[in-house]
Ligand binder design. Structure first.
Ligand SMILES: CC(C)(COP(=O)(O)OP(=O)(O)OC[C@H]1O[C@@H](n2cnc3c(N)ncnc32)[C@H](O)[C@@H]1O)[C@@H](O)C(=O)NCCC(=O)NCCS
Ligand SMILES: Nc1ncnc2c1ncn2[C@@H]1O[C@H](COP(=O)(O)OP(=O)(O)OP(=O)(O)O)[C@@H](O)[C@H]1O
Length: 202
């Protein structure tokens, strides 16, 4: 990874980050997905499980030995102090695994999919440019409800825990407006951005 171009991809929940990351992977980018890393840490046998059990109690561990995600989601998005406790366990581990994957990445462009990049004090300095996927909150809610079957209140609670669209856009080098456009149109925008980077960082 030394010398590679690092793109930080971020956006609010349901904005379309994973969709854009998948398009970029299809175009040849190496993608480091911090949501996926967070999930693997909290799977049965994952590096965060003992700390989660010790801090939150055995009732937050499911029958298979992984974190009970639905229970944790309800707790975390109802109380910012609880969310910070979980983040204090997971974020250092996510950071270490992200560094490990990035160091192993072979390719001219690495894309970091980081939902909380704008909330982080350290992430901006770790990437060469930031792409923000942006859409109206109502669009986020509609997509989350359709994708995950959550209630709209549950979706709004997550949005409320995240930074505002304005603050997120303020750190963007590129804003991808993913509202009221088709997936084909999104793919075209991403393709154009990728072609420009691939030409510069071959
Ligand atoms: C809260 C948890 C248990 C909810 O799990 P669930 O399977 O329902 O959701 P999933 O992990 O797929 O996350 C969905 C989205 O929620 C949002 N989200 C997740 N964690 C947070 C957080 N700490 N603060 C704000 N938004 C968050 C992000 O937009 C993320 O893309 C889980 O997200 C978690 O363990 N979060 C703590 C780790 C973290 O901060 N991850 C996000 C950055 S890597
Ligand atoms: N332009 C679009 N048109 C139609 N559907 C879209 C569009 N962009 C994203 N979606 C859909 O919206 C949903 C949310 O998108 P995606 O999972 O990429 O968001 P995300 O930002 O990664 O969400 P999360 O923060 O939960 O990980 C998905 O079902 C996706 O297919």
């Amino acid at each position: 990874m030394p010398g590679c171009w690092r793109v930080g991809l971020t956006g609010g929940i349901g904005s379309g980050k994973s969709t854009v990351a998948a398009l970029l992977a299809g175009l040849g980018a190496i993608v480091v997905d911090t949501d996926r890393i967070a999930r693997s840490l909290a799977e049965p046998g994952g590096a965060a499980i003992d700390a989660i059990r010790n801090d939150f109690g055995a009732e937050f561990i499911d029958a298979a030995g992984g974190m009970d995600r639905a229970r944790m989601r309800s707790a975390v998005f109802a109380d910012a102090a609880v969310r910070r406790r979980l983040e204090a366990i997971l974020h250092p581990l996510i950071g270490a695994e992200t560094d490990r994957q990035a160091a192993a990445a072979e390719g001219p462009i690495v894309v970091f999919d980081v939902p909380l990049l704008a909330e982080s004090a350290t992430w901006r300095a770790r990437v060469d440019e930031v792409w923000v996927i942006d859409c109206a909150e109502e669009t986020q809610v509609r997509r989350i409800v359709a994708r995950s079957g959550w209630s709209s209140d549950a979706a709004r609670a997550v949005i409320a825990s995240q930074t505002s669209r304005t603050r997120r856009r303020a750190i963007a080098d590129v804003v991808i407006d993913n509202d009221a456009i088709t997936l084909d149109a999104l793919a075209e925008i991403v393709g154009t951005l990728w072609t420009a980077r691939a030409g510069l960082h071959a």
